[in-house]
Design a protein around this ligand. Structure first.
Ligand SMILES: C[S@@+](CC[C@H](N)C(=O)[O-])C[C@H]1O[C@@H](n2cnc3c(N)ncnc32)[C@H](O)[C@@H]1O
Length: 362
């Protein structure tokens, strides 16, 4: 396919110069003809990536004549994109909460919805941390690229993360090392400061119901900005505050956590064939497929997490909005209270529950 497409690219290129400007126009047109939604934006990313330069340099060298080799590498990337390979896999980069993570197929590409899960965890952990000196222990189950655990550590200087997955953890480990250049997200001068999403920590502020778990003063305070005070106890790098282990859900965990957090596979098996090609052809089905009704891993975590939660510990899960009722009923068998948090679009996206169910376990 790469070869076929390269020919197509060369044939039409006689209408254009071999300058970056002309190649960009041509790439945009080809993407447009193939019904890609943001052809000009994608063309810029592809051309910059193929030439190994950033977007600014691309604009600064608009008139540069490209060599045959450079044109060929653009053609190759474009051909892969026309096969619907996600842009993030082509560039090897993905941005999550303002931080650039490395990504590679078939590990799940982090989604913006997951930011709500991390924001909720950070808010809860911070409110708990005010009165505690011991580190907050967080388990990140099904860590994939490591984004949940690593981003949480950026915001929580007094936390330790135990991140697990059933698949190889090399990418998550590399991300932890790459992002370890700063100890924690503590000041506005910190270059690795995550830029806030549209409404940092405030994406739930329009909810009418008050959260029973999130202290409202804290919520308002956080919604004004992403800053937190540096803590003396946090002298360790992120890579020194995160441990990785291969585990089938919680099976290999011996200790107890303050928070168990997970974005588990939650799509029903029957839905997988109808997903867009970018997802179903390139992302690991191990990361997507939640069994017959999509709830296999969620049920398992709800059923078993009590064994690994400290008293008043919490389970936080990313879920699909359609699963809310079933999950709520299931969770109340094991937990004292449950709550659901909405995402930026007002869709229920996060489940949280406090352990234990009063009178049952203690
Ligand atoms: C939806 S992805 C989430 C990845 C990452 N945490 C994120 O939010 O981008 C689900 C992850 O769960 C992992 N997984 C699937 N089955 C698992 C199991 N039985 N035990 C642990 N992890 C599992 C997958 O390999 C995948 O990395």
């Amino acid at each position: 396919m790469a070869k076929t497409f390269a020919c197509q690219f060369d044939d039409t290129s006689k209408n254009f110069s071999k300058e970056i400007r002309g190649i960009l126009v041509q790439t945009t047109q080809i993407l447009k003809n193939n019904h890609f939604k943001n052809p000009s934006k994608e063309a810029i990313i592809l051309v910059a990536c193929a030439l190994k330069i950033d977007k600014i340099s691309l604009y600064l060298h608009y008139n540069k004549i490209l060599s045959d080799l450079e044109q060929a590498s653009i053609s190759k990337l474009l051909a892969r994109r026309l096969e619907h390979e996600p842009l993030e896999y082509l560039t090897g980069q993905v941005n999550f909460m303002g931080i650039d993570f490395m990504i590679e197929p078939p590990i799940l590409i982090p989604r913006p919805e997951t930011e709500v899960l991390v924001e909720t965890l950070v808010k809860l952990a911070k409110s708990r941390n005010d009165s505690q000196t011991a580190p907050t222990i967080i388990f990140d189950i099904g860590t994939g690229s490591g984004i949940i655990g690593i981003t949480s550590l950026k915001f929580l200087p007094n936390a330790r993360v135990y991140a697990s997955d059933i698949i190889d953890l090399h990418l998550a480990k590399r991300n932890a090392i790459k992002l370890s250049t700063c100890h924690s997200f503590t000041s506005a001068q910190d270059k690795s400061e995550p830029t806030c999403h549209s409404e940092p920590f405030g994406c739930h502020s329009e909810r009418s119901e008050e959260s029973q778990f999130l202290p409202q003063d804290k919520l308002r305070e956080e919604s004004r900005g992403c800053q937190s005070k540096p803590r003396k106890e946090s002298k360790l790098k992120i890579s020194e505050r995160i441990s990785f282990l291969r585990s089938d859900l919680l099976q290999s965990f011996k200790r107890k956590a303050d928070f168990i957090v997970s974005n588990p596979p939650y799509i029903s098996s029957s839905e997988i064939p109808s997903l867009q090609p970018e997802i179903k052809l390139f992302e690991s089905h191990t990361a997507l497929d939640g069994g017959e009704d999509g709830l296999f891993f969620i049920r398992e975590l709800i059923r078993t997490s009590g064994n690994n939660l400290k008293k008043s510990g919490m389970l936080l899960l990313e879920i699909s909005p359609e699963q809310t009722d079933t999950i709520g009923k299931e969770a109340l068998k094991y937990f004292e209270s449950v709550e659901f948090i909405k995402d930026f679009f007002g869709r229920t996206r996060v489940f949280l529950a406090k352990y234990p169910k009063t009178g049952t376990y203690f």
